[in-house]
Design a protein around this ligand. Structure first.
Ligand SMILES: C[S@@+](CC[C@H](N)C(=O)[O-])C[C@H]1O[C@@H](n2cnc3c(N)ncnc32)[C@H](O)[C@@H]1O
Length: 208
């Protein structure tokens, strides 16, 4: 095979790899729409905004809840730069498998976020990043996951979560916002990130 043919083949393989995660994600949404909560993974712009909101120090323990196929995961690992720990808790086994293959340095737990204290074996996290779709979650599950987050965060720890802008007025989204205001010392929001489908914004919260 000549050089041009080899180059074309390797570019085609790269393109297939890049498309694999979003297509699998879409397939999982079709199977479990309420759990997956989004048609498509977060865009690079939203992912950068989420990770920019995280105050990640060397040696930190970071938890990612609902990482999906890893839109935020690679950026968090870059920020840790080999000095710290990233634990990702994903309930969907297909997504968890993709994540393990893409990021072997990440501790991927196939399980549910409300079991976080036992997944962490009583260690506390310095920062918890949420990729969960809070607006499409039942209120009871919201409460269970929020109390697992509060038990697992170190004092002064950070919680960062995104929310879809169109769902802002849904009762479940308003309830999520009230929970944040009740339990965190500071709750800040970013402007809307329009380059995401659907547009979203980010909550940046700090624990007492
Ligand atoms: C809206 S998608 C976001 C995925 C990814 N963070 C992103 O932004 O592209 C939500 C993800 O959370 C996962 N998930 C839903 N409920 C969960 C739970 N209770 N525990 C852990 N993961 C959960 C879904 O399987 C899905 O991968």
């Amino acid at each position: 095979m000549d050089r041009t043919a080899k180059e074309i083949k390797s570019r085609a393989r790269e393109t297939i790899r890049e498309l694999e995660s979003p297509l699998r994600f879409l397939g999982e949404f079709a199977r479990e729409p309420f759990t997956v909560g989004a048609l498509w993974p977060s865009s690079t712009t939203l992912s950068r905004e989420v990770v920019k909101c995280c105050d990640i120090r060397p040696g930190a323990t970071v938890v990612e809840l609902g990482p999906g196929t890893g839109a935020f995961t690679g950026l968090i690992l870059q920020r840790l730069d080999g000095n710290g720990r990233l634990v990702a808790v994903e309930i969907n086994s297909t997504n968890a498998g993709i994540l393990r293959r893409r990021f072997p340095e990440c501790e991927v737990i196939e399980g549910s976020a409300e079991q976080l204290p036992s997944h962490l074996k009583r260690r506390r996290a310095d920062c918890i990043v949420s990729g969960l779709a809070w607006g499409s979650m039942l209120p009871r599950m919201q409460g269970l996951i929020m109390s697992a987050i509060l038990k697992s965060l170190a004092p002064g720890g950070q919680f960062v979560a995104f929310a879809y802008a169109h769902a802002f007025w849904l009762p479940t989204s308003r309830q999520f916002r009230r929970r944040l205001l009740r339990h965190f010392k500071t709750v800040e929001t970013t402007p809307i990130v329009w380059r995401n489908l659907p547009p979203a914004f980010v909550f940046r919260c700090v624990r007492e």
